[in-house]
Design a protein around this ligand. Structure first.
Ligand code: NAD
Length: 485
């Protein structure tokens, strides 16, 4: 019997599901059991061509519609997503293995927020009037044209919407390629957008591995590429986009610092560290995986952290009582287990977890290492799993220097009850998305993105509009034209 997660077809192009079984089969494995639940096929060159040509053509009329008309469609799609939240959350859980307890509140809901927010902004995307004496200049905010979105596997619905909603609001079309690991959810986003009245061809989803992504990025018809992925992939995609002088947004990896001063509220700091390390089983780019704890609070912090981490409920992710799911794939599980072994070998002190959970699926126990030093592999490399490194520190100046000593710069957090210190420290941290007495909040109203190797550009908020549109300026002369000859 066909599993309910099996999509109608692999691709969604020009307003309809499209199949081409000549492409490489991509098995979809449910991470909680290891069972294959669906199959999709990678896009063949014919599918890539169909998606790009349809998106290029459809954009012309969409870009000419009023923003209010475009926004109405996006807001209708947001409503449909909210009505179907349960069904979409179940699918997200099949796609990623993340517990339903999380997906019910973090995925389709976040996607709907993006559609609603950018739908609301669409009607107000205007230029300005710049007086020049009798003459004047006016500016027009125009669409870029055809945008490509390429997704990672940790938030397949959210990423499809975070890229699609601002792109469409600005009058662009999109071809979105989900991660080959989680190909299911973006198809539903496309289906819902079209049900809400999006004209055919404006939001297309095609499947495939890196080479399909590369084919999209290098196509001369593409005006912009927005990637969510790892730093090595980001470097390749950025370079390929640069060769074609295309706009980019790069949402990449991190190894973010979370700094806990000894005057912080311990329960809140532990809560922040749990949210910043174990949500989605640690598969979150902005996670605060280097937890710097001031020496005065260290033992108290570790004791409560171990106690509360022990309350994580590992189990069937479709059961709402489960609060901690598996790694997305067996491969990701093995990568994470490899890092745990490295942590042990390099002399970090294991506080809790530290191994594969004794159950079916790709579960790794939530793991905390203490006495981690800056040079250890687990403190330097992005693990993308439930492995928290706790490092000690003495002074504010010292911790700022150590926190910044990384190629990454996605996020940073500070827990303290001293508000001047909180702002002073955040002001010196090299990171794009920061938190004070909190961690990992990502509302659509706030810009999201990194500095240094963690990325270029911003998603969400009004900032995203700048990255999905361009400004035309028009000088208007009222008098005669003077010329030298
Ligand atoms: P990945 O870099 O392996 O793949 C990301 C996407 O890029 C996939 O869809 C993949 O098929 C595609 N791709 C690979 N090579 C390509 C190429 N040469 N040209 C075009 N596309 C190509 O990343 P992943 O393993 O799917 O996701 C995990 C990574 O994503 C982590 O590093 C994580 O930190 C990062 N991430 C960042 C954010 C953010 O917003 N900053 C959010 C989620 C995940």
């Amino acid at each position: 019997m066909t599993h309910p997660a099996q999509p109608k077809a692999s691709h969604f192009i020009n307003g309809a599901y499209v199949e081409d079984t000549a492409g490489t089969p991509i098995p979809v494995i449910y991470a909680a059991t290891g069972e294959q639940i669906a199959t999709v096929y990678a896009a063949t060159p014919a599918i890539v061509e169909q998606a790009l040509s349809t998106a290029k053509e459809a954009q012309k009329a969409w870009g000419k519609m009023t923003g209010t008309e475009r926004g109405r469609i996006l807001r209708r799609a947001a409503d449909i997503m909210r009505e179907r939240n349960h069904e979409l959350s179940v699918l997200e859980t099949y796609d990623t293995g993340k517990p339903l307890q999380e997906t019910l509140v973090a995925d389709a809901t976040s996607g709907a927020d993006a559609l609603e927010y950018f739908g609301g902004l669409a009607g107000s995307l205007t230029g300005e009037h710049i007086p020049m004496g009798e003459d004047w200049v006016y500016t027009v905010r125009e669409a870029l044209g055809l945008c490509v979105g390429i997704g990672a596997w940790n938030y397949p619905t959210q990423i499809a919407c975070w890229k699609g909603a601002p792109a469409l609001a600005c009058g662009n079309s999109m071809v979105f390629k989900p991660s080959e690991t989680t190909p299911l959810c973006a198809l539903k986003v496309a289906e819902i957008l079209h049900e809400a009245g999006l004209p055919a061809g404006l939001y297309n989803v095609i499947q495939g591995m890196g080479e399909v992504g590369a084919a999209l990025v290098t196509d001369p018809r593409v005006d912009k590429v927005s990637l969510t992925g790892s730093v090595p992939t980001g470097k390749k995609v950025y370079a390929a986009a640069a060769a074609g002088m295309k706009h980019v947004t790069m949402e990449l990896g991190g190894k973010s610092p979370l700094i806990i001063f000894d005057d912080a509220d311990v329960e809140n700091a532990v809560g922040g560290a749990i949210n910043g390390n174990f949500y989605s089983s640690g598969q979150v780019c902005s996670n605060g995986t280097r937890v710097f704890v001031q020496k005065g609070i260290k033992e108290k912090f570790l004791a409560r952290l171990a106690e509360r981490t022990g309350a994580a409920v590992l189990g069937d992710p479709q059961d709402e009582a489960t609060s901690f799911g598996p790694m997305v794939t067996e491969n990701q599980m093995n990568i994470v287990l490899g890092y745990i072994e490295k942590g042990k070998e390099e002399g970090a002190r294991l506080i809790c977890g530290g191994k594969r959970a004794d159950m079916p699926g790709f579960f790794v126990e939530p793991t905390v290492f203490a006495d981690v030093t800056d040079d250890m592999t687990i403190a330097r490399e992005e693990i993308f799993g439930p492995v928290m490194s706790v490092l000690d520190f003495d002074t504010e100046e010292e911790v700022i220097a150590r926190a910044n000593d990384t190629e990454f710069g996605l996020s940073a957090g500070v827990f303290t009850n001293d508000f001047s210190r909180a702002h002073r420290v955040i002001g010196q941290l090299e990171a794009g998305s920061c938190f004070i007495n909190s961690y990992n909040d990502a509302p659509v109203e706030a810009p999201f993105g990194g500095v240094k190797a963690s990325g270029v550009g911003r998603e969400n908020s009004k900032e995203a509009i700048k990255h999905f549109s361009q400004v035309k300026s028009v000088y208007v002369r009222m008098g005669d034209v003077e010329a030298a000859f």
